[in-house]
Design a protein around this ligand. Structure first.
Ligand code: SDX
Length: 429
């Protein structure tokens, strides 16, 4: 197994250590490249760059494998639950019964938000996008919870981690209720995590709300599928924000902002809008042609992935969950599902998609499921952010606890104007 790699530049040969992971590709440690060569590497989009060491999540894009702390996503989705997965991502091991009970109890007793947050919400327009409200309200948590913003204090870090996991569903439900003009519903401590969220979203003061256990289980599984995903764009954003010493609430707010983009977490909302625009299965061929046309910026939302060049394992589980939810709700023929199935069948047989290794990703089916559950499309990415908060906070925790951690500071290839002197306005043309 090689321990060093050589780079020859002109008449100079530089040695760089090769670091081996427990599984997956090796890395060439080029941290001394600039000092030794005066040159930078160039890798916009970081397709060939490892930004850190991590023990949390492993993805094999070619094999379509996703492991949380070594456990396959399929097994965790089938046999585990979201809060147990949160414990695993945060602390590295599945909890014992006693550890799980204590963790769930801790999260449960942090689900309320400071009541003045209600007034904070009143500043938003009712038609504000819920993601705009989430970016603002999560950032605002650092204005309410000063007693857990000192990142040098391990106890404060732990409390902030619990608070983030516990309060995201409450804030997300508040964002939804606010957008439809209904009163906020407080969390109930005798409900599990997903049931509590469903009730905070869909209960009204005028009548008892009965949680559908099938939908609650499906939503809990959806949260598990979205919990973490290695160094994706929003997680890298959280790590970079955290590397400056910013408090965890501010870092998570930065992650939410990045996730909002349609190329990332906003794809579930964009995918459902795309399926609605296609409308019927016989329109699919036209849109597949648009996606293949180099001159047409249209892309099939919910298709393709920066890492997966095989089927996203989460999409398979998501598809199964979609069918479960639709049948529980007695939705026999959802036109959007018919379009999605036709689109997937056509695309997976088409040379363009085969050659470019474009498969459905997690966002392809999630929108259909969430819409069937009663969520508006504007809430889809909010639910993604709710679930991904544990991944962001676990990766932030790993970074903060890394003794070699320092502020992230990429360099650039400068292609602008060389040095030139100031010209008074009287001499400018
Ligand atoms: C998520 O990183 C993560 O882990 C993200 C995520 C997570 O859990 O955090 O998995 C969540 O963000 C999933 C991805 C959701 N986004 C979408 O569904 C939006 C649609 N997909 C794309 O925009 C695109 O596939 C990306 C952004 C996901 C990946 O973009 P890349 O890396 O630029 O894609 P690529 O370089 O591998 O593309 C190769 C080729 C390109 O054509 P050429 O320039 O080589 O001719 O395939 C084309 C692309 O133009 N292509 C598509 C396409 N996706 C890529 N063509 C049509 N439709 C698409 N969806």
């Amino acid at each position: 197994m090689s321990t060093s790699s050589k780079l020859t530049i002109d008449d100079k040969t530089l040695d760089f250590p090769v670091k081996h992971g427990s599984i997956g590709p090796d890395v060439y440690d080029i941290s001394k490249l600039y000092a030794q060569s005066g040159a930078f590497t160039y890798d916009p989009g970081f397709t060939s760059t490892a930004s850190c060491e991590s023990k949390i999540t492993y993805i094999d894009g070619d094999e379509g494998v996703l492991l949380y702390r070594g456990y396959p996503i399929e097994q965790l989705a089938e046999h585990g639950d979201f809060l147990e997965t949160c414990y695993l991502l945060l602390y590295g091991e599945l909890p014992s019964a006693a550890q799980k009970h204590a963790f769930v109890d801790n999260v449960t007793h942090h689900t309320m938000v400071h009541d003045q947050m209600n007034r904070f919400f009143l500043g938003f327009r009712r038609d504000a996008h819920p993601m705009a409200i989430m970016v603002a309200s999560v950032g605002a948590l650092s204005a309410f919870y000063h007693d857990s913003t000192d990142i040098s204090d391990e106890t404060q870090r732990m409390i902030a981690q619990i608070r983030m996991i516990a309060k995201m569903p409450t804030l997300a439900a508040m964002a939804y209720k606010y957008s439809i003009g209904q009163p906020f519903v407080y969390p109930k401590n005798d409900l599990d995590y997903a049931s509590n969220f469903l009730r905070m979203c869909f209960a009204v003061p005028c009548e008892e709300y009965k949680v559908n256990p099938i939908l609650a289980r499906a939503l809990d599984r959806i949260f598990t599928l979205h919990a973490d995903h290695e160094q994706n764009a929003s997680t890298s954003t959280v790590r970079l924000a955290g590397s400056s010493g910013a408090n965890p609430f501010a870092c998570i707010a930065a992650g939410i902002a990045c996730l909002w983009g349609p190329a990332h977490g906003g794809a579930n909302e964009a995918a459902l809008k795309m399926l609605s625009e296609i409308g019927t299965p016989d329109n699919v061929a036209k849109y597949v042609a648009k996606a293949k046309d180099k001159n047409d910026p249209f892309r099939l939302m919910g298709f393709g992935h920066r890492v997966y060049k095989n089927y996203d394992p989460r999409a398979r589980i998501m598809q199964k969950t979609t069918h479960e939810v639709l049948s529980e709700l007695g939705i026999k023929d959802d036109p959007l599902l018919d379009v999605a199935i036709e689109l997937e069948q056509i695309a997976l047989k088409d040379d363009y998609f085969i050659e470019k290794k474009l498969y459905p990703n997690i966002d392809f089916y999630s929108g259909i499921t969430l819409k069937a559950m009663g969520f508006p499309t504007s809430m889809f990415t909010v639910l993604f952010a709710l679930a991904r908060t544990v991944g962001w906070i676990a990766q932030w925790k790993e970074m903060i606890e890394d003794p070699s951690q320092k502020i992230g500071r990429p360099r650039q290839l400068y292609v602008g104007s060389p040095k030139r002197d100031y010209m008074p306005v009287s001499q400018r043309s």
